[in-house]
Design a protein around this ligand. Structure first.
Ligand SMILES: Cc1cc2nc3c(=O)[nH]c(=O)nc-3n(C[C@H](O)[C@H](O)[C@H](O)COP(=O)(O)OP(=O)(O)OC[C@H]3O[C@@H](n4cnc5c(N)ncnc54)[C@H](O)[C@@H]3O)c2cc1C
Ligand code: SF4
Ligand code: SF4
Length: 371
């Protein structure tokens, strides 16, 4: 992996408008800050190599290196990434009920992992109006306050970095695929630190097709509703084509045609829909809004699911073939779209004239995906 410094990060990511505001470069040093969805470098830094560049999911992400280090083999062209099993799930009767986005699988799993001590803190995303607010949660009771999706890109990883500095040793992370990719890059120990310890004790990835820019959504909604009262947002499955906002006093519907122009450029070159580098990945389930789709990827993920199920905190069922097939197609379509975009924008596998790439994927793997 090519690791450079903050000046190259600013050139390649912030100035190209690829920044997704994930927070991976925030709270590592005093220079990078995130405010209301925007990440900025406040002061110049002269280091030639930085954690900020190394962790960023929008510059020099090398899929073979990630896969070889984390899975022991080069990256292969598959729809859903490495996994043991795909199921459907929801929070069980023994789990505390909350204002979940769908089945509450994520909240149930985070609470369980905190209660059993598998993690000593969790990096979650709360909301203040439209603004997504990262929270490092240590009390299982606090997990429910962060339930439900904020469809704006969030600087969640800033609290993972803060938690590591504060001495937490096993932090659970709930994140979108770009955030999960940044955590995977942290796990590579890209700067070769001595006594390196992987502080991410558990990674629960969300599915994501795209997010919305926080500032642009704020501006749009300021004309339509009092953002302070927002309780929940949802995008019901097609053919609805709506963002539905529960304001606490009723529902406001906004056509997705008005929302799509607010999607950040960084989402257009994002090939991962299902958080391929997570321990478990969770999405919605079409046709059953109070259930989730659940992908178990690692042994750690399997133990978590088995433990939570035994305690009645989670219920699982086999996934219907129709849903699995639709998931595979949607995920592969996102890869094809994003890699074609990255190629057309000249940020894929670029080697000539010293230019850096956003993504690197072996040519034969790329051909299989794009065929
Ligand atoms: C931007 C975005 C786009 C998504 N797109 C899709 C999609 O295309 N298809 C699909 O199947 N599912 C998508 N999801 C996932 C889906 O909305 C649910 O998060 C998932 O099904 C889990 O549901 P749950 O009921 O288990 O979550 P809950 O138990 O309600 O918990 C939700 C968790 O999500 C975390 N969270 C909320 N907002 C964010 C955020 N912006 N960034 C990081 N973490 C956050 C919270 O910390 C909380 O722990 C998306 C989620 C987000 C945030
Ligand atoms: S994408 Fe994330 S790591 Fe990269 S510059 Fe933006 S906030 Fe920082
Ligand atoms: S589409 Fe990709 S880059 Fe955009 S928020 Fe989702 S995971 Fe992140």
């Amino acid at each position: 992996m090519q690791v450079l410094g903050s000046n190259e990060l600013v050139e390649d990511v912030l100035k190209r408008d690829f920044c997704i505001g994930c927070g991976a470069c925030v709270n590592l040093c005093p220079y990078f800050k995130s405010y209301h969805g925007k990440t900025a470098m406040l002061f110049p830094c002269t280091l030639e190599q930085g954690q900020c560049f190394a962790y960023c999911p929008k510059v020099e992400v090398d899929f073979d290196e990630l896969s070889s280090t984390l899975l022991g083999r080069p990256y292969v062209a598959s729809e859903l990434g490495d996994h043991h099993e795909v199921l459907i799930s929801r929070a069980g009767d023994e789990a505390e009920q909350g204002l979940f986005q769908a089945g509450g699988t994520v909240s149930a799993l985070v609470s369980f992992a905190l209660k059993t001590g598998q993690i000593d803190a969790a990096a979650l995303t709360d909301r203040e109006g439209v603004i997504p607010v990262p929270r490092l949660v240590t009390d299982p009771e606090e997990v429910l306050k962060c339930a439900s999706s904020k469809f704006t890109a969030a600087p969640t990883l800033s609290v993972l970095n803060q938690g590591r500095r504060d001495g937490y040793k096993s932090i659970g992370v709930v994140g979108t695929p770009c955030q999960v990719m940044a955590v995977a890059q942290m796990r590579l120990n890209p700067l070769g630190k001595e006594n390196f310890q992987d502080a991410a004790g558990l990674v629960i990835g969300l599915f994501c097709t795209w997010a919305v820019d926080t500032r642009r959504l704020s501006a749009l909604l300021s004309e339509r509703l009092d953002a302070g009262g927002i309780r929940k947002m949802d995008m019901p499955p097609p053919p609805s084509e709506l963002l539905v906002i529960d304001t606490g006093q009723g529902k406001v519907e906004i056509p997705l045609d008005e929302i799509r122009p607010l999607v950040p450029t960084g989402c257009q070159i994002c090939p991962d829909m299902t958080s391929e580098w997570a321990d478990v990945s969770v999405g919605v389930l079409e046709g059953r809004p109070d259930w989730n789709t659940l992908i178990i990827r690692t042994d750690k993920g399997r133990e978590l699911i088995e433990g939570a199920t035994k305690k009645g905190l989670l219920v699982t069922e086999p996934i219907p073939e129709k849903n699995l097939s639709a998931l595979r197609t949607a995920s592969m379509n996102k890869k094809k779209r994003a890699l074609a975009q990255a190629r057309d924008r000249r940020v894929l596998n670029r080697n000539e004239d010293g230019n850096r790439s956003a993504l690197r994927i072996a040519n034969e793997t790329l051909e299989k995906i794009l065929e």
